[in-house]
Design a protein around this ligand. Structure first.
Ligand code: GDP
Ligand code: IMO
Ligand code: MG
Length: 432
C-alpha cells in the first residue's frame, strides 16, 4: 500500500498540520520522524484551533495510530500536557505510541540552549529555546537518555549521572549558570515515565507490522527543508533531518515502502529566527511585507514570535522539489494573496555575478542572493469559498501554474483558508 512523506519545503509553518489532518483519514498511521516541541502544527476543526507540538496531527482520528518515532526528541512534560489537553476535549490518545528509542529533552538541554544563544549575541540562531540542539548533540555524543530509560530506574540513574556531570560542568564553568540535581531530575522524570508507560513501545516493529498487513503510513515532517541540518541554511537551521530522507532513519521503515512525497508550500514565504532570506520584506517599512504578515496572521504557534515574510521564492521551491524528491505539492495560504493588485514571484537569484535558479550550496552565495522577480497580476477577490480549481479566478490559476513550472511538480492541493474543508483537492487519491 502507498505510504507518503509530508514535508515542509520552506522555513517551516507552511501549514503541514492542516494538510496532514486533511489527508490522515486515508492512512492507517501518522508518524512524526524528527524534531520535538520546537514544532507547532495548527489544526482547525469546526472553528476550534489546536496547536500540536509533538503529537502527530493524525490524533484527531481515533482509528489512526499516531506515532512519535525514534528520530524525534521528546519533552515528557510537554507531551503529557498535550495528552491531557486532547483528552479533556474528548479526543482519545489511546492510539498514541512513543518510540522507546526517541531521545528525552532534559532540563539541562533547555538551560544549555538558552545559555549558548545568549553567548552568541548578535550571531544567535534564534532557536525556540526548547533544548532541541543540545538534546540532539547528546544523542550524537552517545550520552543521551531515551524514552525507554524512563521505565528502568537503574539505567536512568546511571545514564543521568554520566550526562549531568558534563552538562553541569558546562553550565557552571562555561556559562556561569545554575546547575541541576540528579535526584530532583530523577524524581520528576521517573514520575513522567510512570504516566507515559502505556504509550512507550517498539514503534519500528509496530510500523513494519502494519506494512506487512498492507496498511499505509503517513510521515509528518516537522520544521522544513531549509531548516534541515544537512540541506538547510546552516548554521541557521534546526538539529535534525527534516527532509524526506529523515522519514526512513527516524522511523525504522525501509525506503521501498514510501512512494509519494508531498511538499507543503506556502504561496509566499516566512521564516522565524535568524539567517538569510532573499525575498524578505520588512514589516515596518514595506507595505506588502506588513500586509503578508497581518493578513497571513504570521505569528508563531510555539513562541508567539512574529514571522519574517516575503514573496514566493522559486529557487527554494525548485531546490525543495529536488532534495525531497517531491511527487506532489500542497500550495497553502493562497487566500492571503487575494488583496494584492500585483504579486511578485522570485524566479532566480543573482549571487556575485552568477545566476541561480535553485538554492546555492555555499553560505556566502546565498547570503548575497539578490532576487530576480517576475510580477504577475493579482485576482483581488475573496477565494476562501472556492472548493474546486475551476472556481478560482484565472489569475490565481495562472499563479498556481507558474509555481508548478518552477518546482517542476504538480500542485495537488490548494488551501484557501485554515479550516479543513477550505482546501481544493485537485489530484490526490487516498491510499486506501
Ligand atoms: P505548520 O507548522 O507547517 O503546521 O504550520 P503552522 O500551523 O505553524 O502555521 C500555519 C498557519 O496558517 C496556521 O495558523 C494555520 O491555521 C494557517 N493556515 C493553514 N493553511 C491556511 C490557508 O490556506 N489559509 C490561511 N489563511 N491560513 C492557513
Ligand atoms: P514547524 O514544524 C518555523 C527554527 C527556529 C530557529 C531554528 C532552530 O512548526 O514548521 P531550534 O529550536 O529548532 O533549535 O531552532 O529553527 N524553527 C522553526 N521555524 N517552524 C518550526 O516548526 C520551527 N522549528 C524550529 O525559529 O530559527
Ligand atoms: Mg508551525
Amino acid at each position: 500500500m502507498a505510504s507518503t512523506v509530508l514535508v515542509g519545503t520552506q522555513w517551516g509553518d507552511e501549514g503541514k498540520g492542516k494538510i496532514c489532518d486533511l489527508i490522515a483519514p486515508g492512512f492507517d498511521a501518522v508518524v512524526r520522524y524528527q524534531g520535538g516541541n520546537n514544532a507547532g502544527h495548527t489544526i482547525v476543526v469546526n472553528g476550534k484551533k489546536y496547536g500540536l507540538r509533538q503529537i502527530p496531527s493524525g490524533i484527531m482520528y481515533p482509528s489512526c495510530v499516531s506515532i512519535i518515532g525514534n528520530g524525534c526528541v521528546v519533552n515528557p512534560a510537554v507531551v503529557l500536557e498535550e495528552i491531557d489537553m486532547l483528552e479533556a476535549d474528548g479526543i482519545s490518545t489511546a492510539n498514541l505510541k512513543i518510540s522507546g528509542n526517541a531521545h528525552i529533552i532534559m532540563p539541562y538541554h533547555i538551560a544549555l540552549d538558552g545559555a549558548f544563544e545568549e553567548r552568541l549575541g548578535d550571531y544567535l540562531i534564534g532557536t525556540t529555546k526548547r533544548g532541541i540542539g543540545p538534546c540532539y548533540q547528546h544523542k550524537m555524543e552517545r550520552i543521551g537518555l531515551r524514552m525507554q530509560d524512563l521505565l528502568d530506574e537503574e539505567l536512568f540513574r546511571e545514564k543521568l549521572d554520566r550526562a549531568l556531570t558534563k552538562a553541569n560542568a558546562e553550565l557552571e564553568l562555561i556559562y556561569g549558570k545554575p546547575t541541576f540535581s540528579a535526584d530532583e531530575i530523577a524524581a520528576e522524570y521517573l514520575a513522567y515515565g510512570e504516566r507515559l508507560r502505556p504509550y512507550i513501545t517498539e514503534t519500528g516493529m509496530l510500523l513494519n507490522g502494519l506494512i506487512d498487513e498492507g496498511k499505509s503510513l503517513l510521515f509528518e515532517g516537522a520544521q522544513a527543508t531549509l531548516l534541515d541540518i544537512d540541506h538547510g541554511t546552516y548554521p541557521f537551521v534546526t538539529s535534525s533531518n527534516c527532509t524526506a530522507g529523515g522519514a526512513v532513519t527516524g522511523s525504522g521503515v525501509g525506503m521501498k515502502n514510501i512512494d509519494r512525497v508531498l511538499g507543503i508550500m506556502k504561496a509566499y514565504i516566512t521564516r522565524v529566527g535568524s539567517g538569510p532570506m532573499p525575498t524578505e520584506l520588512d514589516f515596518d517599512t514595506d507595505e506588502d511585507g506588513h500586509t503578508l504578515c497581518e493578513v497571513g496572521a504570521e505569528y508563531g504557534v510555539v513562541t508567539g514570535r512574529r514571522r519574517r515574510c516575503g514573496w514566493f521564492d522559486g529557487p527554494i521551491a525548485n531546490y525543495a522539489a529536488r532534495v525531497n524528491g517531491l511527487t506532489d505539492i500542497a500550495l497553502t495560504k493562497l487566500d492571503v494573496l487575494s488583496s494584492f493588485k500585483t504579486i511578485k514571484i522570485c524566479v532566480a537569484y543573482d549571487c556575485d555575478g552568477v545566476r541561480y535558479t535553485s538554492v546555492p550550496e555555499h553560505q556566502r552565495a546565498f547570503e548575497h542572493a539578490v532576487p530576480v522577480y517576475e510580477e504577475v497580476p493579482g485576482w483581488e477577490c475573496d477565494i476562501t469559498g472556492c472548493r474546486t480549481f475551476d472556481e478560482l479566478p484565472q489569475a490565481a490559476k495562472d499563479y498556481v501554474a507558474r509555481i508548478e513550472e518552477i518546482a517542476r511538480t504538480r500542485v495537488s492541493f490548494v488551501a484557501v483558508g485554515p479550516e479543513r474543508e477550505q482546501t481544493i483537492v485537485r489530484s490526490w487519491k487516498p491510499a486506501r
